[in-house]
Write a protein that binds this ligand. Structure first.
Ligand SMILES: O=C[C@H](O)[C@H](O)COP(=O)(O)O
Ligand SMILES: C=C(OP(=O)(O)O)C(=O)O
Length: 362
């Protein structure tokens, strides 16, 4: 008998429900569709500079407990309304975690936090949480990691990111080219910004690649290109890249690629050394730059109900502090409210600088 030559290292194939089945079971309401659609247009207008507000993507590093995430969303929604003249607040609702060397890969991959990898349940939990948050009137932002997972949830998402570990990946750039919302590309973990610029540029072009359709059938996917690709500065191995000089250097690269000369800046990750206390200081420095009129279209903050982070143990969810991150350290809720007020004041000052007092008083 000849030897088997394929699937030698596959332990199992487990059929997964199709995107259409999940979306039928958990539909986005008409009000939700209107809200997602309108907030995507607002993000686009901010990225191109026709809306002078500041985009703020704020929320937990990762969602591990939908109850805590919804509690956070209920606190954030009134602040989003309060600062709506100056800020477009999008809640960070990250379900997929790219890991440096391994670890928990997010709620979709392992919703029970115990290595059982009940992906079907993870998708249900993720979609259900997204619908609840959208119903609060809050736009949602996610990182896209698995190339087929967006089919299950993307209709409820207003802004997306490609992370530092995948920004140079052709697969993720192709994916971004077909996404219905603006997509930010993080600079690489080594600090290289050009790869993020290249990512945004490639995503702007039409692409043809392997994928699935709504019924989960293997397909050749053709896209028209996403004209709202942009760059997110998150620092790198050599240190932060949020200084005015680093931002201007990035803008030079971005403009050279023919993209709008503005950036989103992540106050967390390598811009704060993953130190949640330092992140508050970085956000304050960024607010000062916004007030001075620097070309910052958005800020990303990692924030949760409780400050800091905790380790996941064998006790799973029951062994965890409610509302505290199990991935990167986050600023707590009290600091978050103060930082959002600071950013709103800075955006009002910038609006007055660039558009006169009428806009600032809006
Ligand atoms: O934002 C989250 C993390 O920084 C990212 O997933 C990498 O995490 P890790 O280095 O702990 O694996
Ligand atoms: C993984 C993330 O960031 P980065 O890709 O910048 O490490 C993140 O924002 O969750």
């Amino acid at each position: 008998m000849s030897p088997q030559t394929s699937d030698l290292r596959i332990s199992s194939f487990e059929p997964l429900l199709s995107p259409a089945v999940l979306r039928d079971a958990l539909p986005l309401s008409a009000a939700g569709e209107n809200s997602v659609s309108a907030s995507r247009r607002e993000v686009e207008a901010i990225l191109t500079g026709t809306d002078d507000r500041l985009l703020v993507v704020v929320g937990p590093c990762s969602v591990h407990d939908p109850v805590a995430a919804l509690d956070y969303a209920r606190r954030l929604a009134p602040l989003a309304r309060e600062h709506a003249d100056a800020l477009l607040i999008v809640m960070r609702v990250y379900f997929e975690k790219p890991r440096s060397t391994g670890g928990w890969k997010g709620l979709i991959n392992d919703p029970h936090l115990d290595g059982t990898h009940d992906v079907a349940q993870g998708l249900r939990m993720a979609r259900s949480l997204l619908l609840d948050i959208v119903e609060l009137g809050l736009p949602v932002g996610c990182e896209f990691l698995e190339p087929t997972s967006p089919h299950y949830i993307a209709d409820a998402i207003s802004w997306g990111a490609i992370g530092a570990r995948t920004t140079e990946s052709q697969i993720h750039r192709q994916l971004a080219s077909g996404m219905s919302m603006p997509i930010g590309f993080k600079n690489a973990t080594d600090g290289d910004v050009q790869v993020a610029v290249d990512g945004a540029m490639v995503a702007g072009q039409s692409q043809v690649f392997f994928g699935i359709d709504e019924d989960g059938r293997a397909c050749v996917v053709s896209t028209s290109g996403n004209e709202y690709g942009h760059v997110i500065l998150r620092g790198g191995k050599a240190g932060p890249n949020y200084s005015a000089a680093a931002i201007r250097a990035a803008v030079t690269l971005i403009e050279k690629a023919g993209l709008p000369g503005r950036v989103v800046v992540d106050a967390s990750h390598a811009n704060s050394g993953k130190d949640h206390v330092r992140q508050v200081g970085v956000a304050g420095e960024l607010a000062a730059q916004v007030a001075a009129g620097e070309p910052i279209s958005g800020i990303m903050l990692e924030s949760f109900l409780q400050p800091g982070r905790q380790n996941l143990t064998d006790a799973g969810l029951t062994g965890l502090v409610f509302g505290q991150s199990i991935t990167d350290a986050c600023m707590g809720w009290d600091d978050t409210a103060v930082v959002l007020a600071e950013l709103a004041a800075a955006a009002r000052t910038r609006a007055a600088l660039t558009s006169g007092p009428a806009l600032a008083a809006r």
